[in-house]
Design a protein around this ligand. Structure first.
Ligand SMILES: [Zn+2]
Length: 274
């Protein structure tokens, strides 16, 4: 089968590899590109061995209790991330343990189903000690900031982009490397919620200490909750869905993803059997 493989220090290359033989085998339909994937492609996040790219996807389970169903996947497998630490989804078939597999409703387009992982990541804020009664602010702009705001609003949270002159009970950082404006917008004893990965950031410790602020880092909401949100709110995702490229134009898809941050770019790997 064909797979798009990143080798340490080299550009990704379409390579012929063996179909995986263990775990739940998934025939890959559509793969979404996120910042993590782009960083692996350009080498900012290094791979240690030749690794199949991609981690946001849907496909058809070929075996196990969901055989024949369309599924999306939690790409964090025993602490290892697909497309970074272990083989990912940009191949005709991929394989994951059954507990990482989630059937998704037929009402969803493949691109919407492939959105499960970023939704679980944005929804992770619901695990923090921020409550719906608190006044929350989002720090950052772009697709992840917008998606986080959308998901929290549909869940009933009082959340907006940071506005001047308001003291927030909590602020969620979604990307910028200097967190000073986020820390300054918090009320005394307020809560800084951290969700970005794969980079370092500047935090003004003096202000943190003077205001006795707290910080919490969150990674993912439980995937069944993210599936429920996706099935109920898929139509709200339309503004976040960009172009879909065929598998043999995967590198063009990565190029496009760089210049269209506000929408997600997808790669169509396989078709449903009819
Ligand atoms: Zn992702």
């Amino acid at each position: 089968m064909k797979a798009l493989i990143k080798q340490p220090g080299l550009a990704p290359k379409m390579t012929e590899v063996l179909v995986p033989a263990e775990n739940v085998i998934i025939k890959v339909l559509t793969v979404g590109i996120c910042r993590t994937d782009s960083r692996v492609v350009d080498g900012t996040i290094p791979v240690e061995k030749p690794t199949v790219l991609g981690h946001e996807f849907c496909g058809i389970a070929q075996n196990g209790k969901y055989a024949g169903q369309r599924v999306a996947v939690d790409p964090l497998i025993n602490g290892l991330f697909m497309g970074v630490d272990i083989d990912g989804a940009l191949s005709e078939f991929t394989a994951v343990p059954e507990e990482n597999v989630f059937p998704v409703g037929n009402n969803l387009a493949d691109e919407e189903a492939a959105y499960l992982e970023p939704i679980a990541a944005s929804m992770a804020v619901t695990k923090s000690s921020a409550t719906k009664e608190m006044v929350g602010g989002i720090f950052g702009v772009g697709r992840i900031a917008e998606l986080t705001k959308l998901i929290l609003q549909t869940e009933g949270y009082n959340i907006e982009y940071l506005q001047p002159g308001i003291q927030y009970d909590y602020v969620i950082e979604t990307g910028p490397a200097d967190l000073t404006p986020a820390v300054e917008a918090l009320r005394p004893k307020g809560l800084l919620i951290i969700k970005s990965r794969g980079r370092t950031a500047t935090i003004p410790l003096g202000t943190m200490v003077a205001k006795e602020l707290r910080a919490e880092a969150v990674a993912y909401a439980p995937y069944p909750e993210a599936v429920k949100w996706l099935e109920a709110n898929a139509s709200l995702l339309r503004p976040f869905i960009g172009e879909t490229f065929p598998f043999n134009s995967a590198m063009l898809a990565f190029e496009t993803a760089k210049t269209t941050e506000s929408v997600k770019t997808f790669i169509r790997v396989g078709q449903r059997d009819t």
